[in-house]
Design a protein around this ligand. Structure first.
Ligand code: CUK
Ligand code: CUA
Length: 769
């Protein structure tokens, strides 16, 4: 222990004086290229993606985490993973699904009374203002259990989960309208609407099974979806697929495609052809066109819609009667539907066709105005003839799936599943410009801010379904392969393969990193899931334990605790067998990245308490015993010592004896420690001298570090006084303990100070006196 202290003190001095040794460069670039078998093309690709230490990415990508029910955040062009965000699934690192606050969010996603602890996430969507990404919120859907989640990009935390009031599966979400007025969510597999469980026979498929499209109302101020202000279009039982919202001239409208408009019901076990055959017999399916703007006005005026399950349902009859709903034939078993950045065209990729079809919004509008329809579907929905809607169709390759737009006018990229390639083409001229093989079988593709009115170009990511031979094998289940492609020139250039080890990410949304303004800390005592002050917020020195019992003799213990480097207050919690224990911890830190964790033996407790946050863990102490707890984030040199005990006493337990000391100290020990502390103070003083003699106030990062160091130094002063008081009384054990605590605070101060000094040196701070 003493040796370790000495080593630490020495290293503080050494790093202050700048004794650092760097490696000697032995290799030349040519040597490395030769040794690793790299070509010049490889080196160029590396230079385009390599991000030197401390460097930042130009774009951030929010990838679906597929079956994991999470979101993956990574940087572009470095392709470095930055975070997994727990959404539909518990995520222990973040305490998501372990603290009371986030358990309440996951509970919103219960389906018909059941906890669902996975999600089949498909499409993330970033909030928009005037059709452009605004960096405020992220939405993502769960296909299997029709749900939608809201993530606040202020802290990258999931705030809300809503369950679709009608559907039993969905796919065409999340897609936002240009001012995030609504978030679209369309069904996939038709089913009787929820609450209609008496109808289960597939014989009634045509009459009782339904698809649909929900427009979830989003309140941007509050950052929450408003189910009672949302509405759902009843759709025929065609398997609706993806959606996109209109923009510019098509603002106010939504587009949702479909497959299996054959309404085939399968039955392979009865000798009937399987779904895959019955659902792909017709030459065309239907693009569903809905007017959400007019619908919202009519619903608000009480003219249409019926309140069902706390939300509004617009029947097909009402939608048709009010000119809110139309169908247009589209290529066989289509997949992606994407509105061009200027909102004038709608591009549909026909999975079983080798063409993409480009629809013209002006033509569609004219057909609607003239009430020129080729016919009606069996549900009375008007069908606009293909010739009255289509601008052109372009042969792009076998199995086109999805489209994304470039910053250059008229340029679109389409993923070609069967041919494993990306096709770059011009949708104004109807010309293919370039094709690039990818590895293998691409699903979605994504360009920078490619869903918005102003795509940023530069890069494209191909989300490939199969990796096969691209990475070191890790068993029969392979990682996903995201390939980064440079699209800044005329020819696409493949730059990088990135394995994704977490579910199948169907889609990714990207944003210019400078648009994001994530927080460093919470206002002290924040419940991060409600964004409000927690009722359990605790201030330094106000920590307490309260036990109360109801008339039936059920007792609850509330622990109002705090965490700060490097202790948890309280350090001993004593309860009685059978008590419900609620531990509420507020992290008193203000320093960047000073998160504390809190885990406890055998209680399934694991919290992540970021600076300012208040987190709670509630459990029943049903077994007498000793339960160690500790901090799970390596937060400081004395992190391992950030610990405590929960003691669960049997009823009627009588304590015997008092606390014993494991070690006794003398005046000599105390004096020696004080000497060390005074030496350490010398180091701190010179660091402070360096900082204050420079223009550190021009660097907010350094100002924050200095604030934190000043806090720590204040605590050191406190401990120093306590040590002196006990020394006066000749209580060398307590004097020694507080002298040690004094030194601990000094170490933390020095740590902050050295970080500030390094920062100033690296950023060429100016000497001011
Ligand atoms: S989907 Cu999976 S490749 Cu859910 Cu958008 Cu197309
Ligand atoms: Cu706090 Cu480790």
């Amino acid at each position: 222990m003493k040796l370790m202290k000495k080593m630490m003190a020495t290293s503080i001095v050494a790093s202050f004086l700048g004794f650092t040794a760097g490696p000697v460069m032995a290799d030349s670039l040519q040597d490395v290229m030769k040794a690793r078998g790299l070509t010049e093309k490889d080196i160029l690709a590396a230079a385009k993606t390599y991000t030197p230490t401390g460097g930042r990415d130009e774009f951030l990508a929010f990838s679906s985490g597929g079956q994991s029910g999470q979101v993956i955040v990574y940087g572009i062009p470095s392709m470095r993973i930055l975070k997994y965000i727990g959404v539909f699934t518990p995520e222990p690192w973040q305490g998501y699904g372990f603290d009371d606050e986030s358990k309440a969010v996951l509970a919103q996603g219960r389906i018909e009374g059941k906890d669902i602890v996975y999600g089949d996430t498909h499409h993330p969507a970033l909030s928009e203002t005037d059709g452009d990404s605004d960096g405020k919120f992220l939405f993502i859907n769960d296909k299997a259990n029709p749900r939608l989640a809201v993530i606040d990009l202020h802290d990258f935390e999931t705030k809300q989960i809503v369950v679709n009031p009608f559907f039993r599966s969905e796919h065409g979400g999340a897609f936002v309208t240009p001012n995030t007025e609504y978030v679209m969510e369309a069904t996939q597999y038709a089913a009787p609407y929820k609450g209609n469980s008496s109808v289960v026979s597939l014989n009634k498929f045509n009459d009782e099974f339904r698809g649909g499209l929900t427009y979830w109302k989003f309140d941007k101020e509050e950052g929450r979806i408003k189910p009672d202000a949302s509405f759902t279009f009843e759709f025929p039982p065609y398997s609706q697929d993806l959606s996109d919202a209109g923009k510019g001239p098509s603002y106010g409208w939504g587009f949702t495609n479909s497959f299996c408009s054959e309404r085939y019901v399968g039955g392979i076990e009865k000798g009937r052809p399987p779904y895959e055959a019955g659902c792909s017999s017709k030459d065309t399916d239907f693009l569903h066109v809905t007017n959400w703007k007019k619908a919202s006005e009519l619903v608000a005026a009480g003219k249409i819609g019926k309140k069902v399950n706390g939300s509004t349902l617009i029947s097909m009859k009402e939608a048709v009667a009010n000119d809110l709903f139309y169908l247009i034939p589209e290529p066989k078993s289509p997949h992606g539907v994407d509105v061009t950045p200027d909102g004038t065209k709608i591009i549909v990729a026909g999975k079983l066709d080798s063409h993409t079809w480009v629809y013209d919004w002006a033509k569609i509008q004219k057909a609607m105005a003239d009430k020129k329809f080729e016919s009606k579907d069996p549900y009375g929905v008007p069908i606009i003839a293909i010739n009255d809607a289509l601008d052109k169709s372009v042969a792009v390759g076998l199995g086109p799936l999805h489209n994304q737009f470039d910053s250059k006018k008229c340029i679109v990229y389409t993923s070609i599943y069967v041919d494993s390639m990306i096709t770059k083409w011009d949708y104004c001229e109807g010309k293919v410009l370039d094709q690039l093989p990818i590895h293998y079988n691409v699903g979605h593709l994504m360009t920078m801010e490619g869903d918005t009115v102003s795509p940023q170009g530069k890069y494209l990511v191909a989300l490939n379904k199969l990796a096969i031979d691209r990475f070191n094998p890790v068993g029969p289940l392979h990682p996903q392969n995201h390939q980064l492609i440079d699209i800044s020139g005329d020819k696409m250039q493949l730059l990088y393969d990135m394995p994704i080890p977490l579910g199948e990410p169907h889609y990714v949304a990207s944003i210019r990193a400078s648009k994001l303004k994530p927080a460093i800390r919470y206002k002290s005592g924040t419940n991060s899931r409600t964004d409000k002050r927690s009722k359990w917020k605790t201030r330094a020195g106000r920590e307490k334990i309260e036990r109360s019992c109801d008339d039936a003799g059920k007792c609850t213990v509330h622990v109002y605790g705090t965490t700060i480097r490097s202790h948890i207050t309280p350090e001993t919690i004593e309860v009685t067998e059978g008590d419900t224990v609620s531990i509420h911890l507020t992290n008193l830190e203000r320093a960047e990245d000073e998160t504390h964790g809190f885990a406890m033996y055998a209680q399934n407790v694991q919290l992540s308490i970021e600076p300012g946050k208040t987190s709670s863990a509630t459990f029943v102490a049903d077994k007498p015993g000793v339960y160690p707890y500790y901090c799970t984030e390596f937060c400081s040199a004395l992190h391992l010592e950030m610990q405590g005990y929960l003691l669960v006493r049997p009823k009627g337990f009588k304590e015997e004896g008092g606390l014993v000391e494991g070690q006794t100290y003398t005046k000599e020990d105390y004096d020696k420690q004080v000497k060390t502390n005074i030496k350490t103070q010398g180091v701190i003083d010179s660091v402070v001298g360096f900082i204050t003699s420079h223009n550190y106030k021009d660097f907010p990062e350094v100002v924050a570090l200095v604030e934190d160091a000043t806090d720590q130094l204040g605590f050191a002063e406190d401990a120093k006084k306590k040590a002196a008081d006990f020394a006066e009384k000749g209580d060398w054990n307590k004097a020694m303990g507080w002298a040690n605590q004094w030194w601990q605070y000094q170490v933390k101060t020095a740590d902050m100070g050295l970080r500030a000094k390094t920062y100033l040196e690296e950023h060429n701070a100016k000497k001011i006196k």
